[in-house]
Design a protein around this ligand. Structure first.
Ligand SMILES: [Zn+2]
Length: 112
């Protein structure tokens, strides 16, 4: 019997290194990230909130439901989610989204 090779349509999961530095700038409502390769990015809390990929937000997006997000949304607290990413606690009470390093890196590059 031949060995089957599974092929996936999705991009290979690359392991993204954690940022060297993460700074929550509450007054500016941004998250500052410095990556090991020198990329420095400052992403607004609003952009991060919009990018939430939790099941609720994804479902809303699939349904085309309008999600109202306060433009003044901030981040109250961040926590490391294991060694692979961050969990962000937004000021609007939303905290279900996990942000793996690879995803944060994507967001950083898009907004850089
Ligand atoms: Zn969400």
């Amino acid at each position: 019997m031949n060995a089957a090779t599974a092929s996936f349509a999705t991009a290979p999961q690359q392991v993204t290194a954690a940022p060297k530095e993460i700074r929550l700038r509450r007054a500016r409502r941004t998250l500052e990230l410095t990556w090991p390769d020198g990329l420095h990015s400052e992403v607004s809390c609003l952009a991060l909130r919009k990018a939430c990929a939790c099941s609720n937000c994804q479902l809303a997006q699939q349904r085309g439901a309008l999600t109202l997000i306060d433009a003044e949304v901030g981040i109250d607290r961040l926590e490391l989610s294991g060694v692979s990413g961050l969990q962000l606690y937004f000021s609007d009470g939303h905290f279900r989204g996990l942000y793996p390093w690879g995803y944060l890196r994507d967001i950083s590059e898009r907004l850089a």
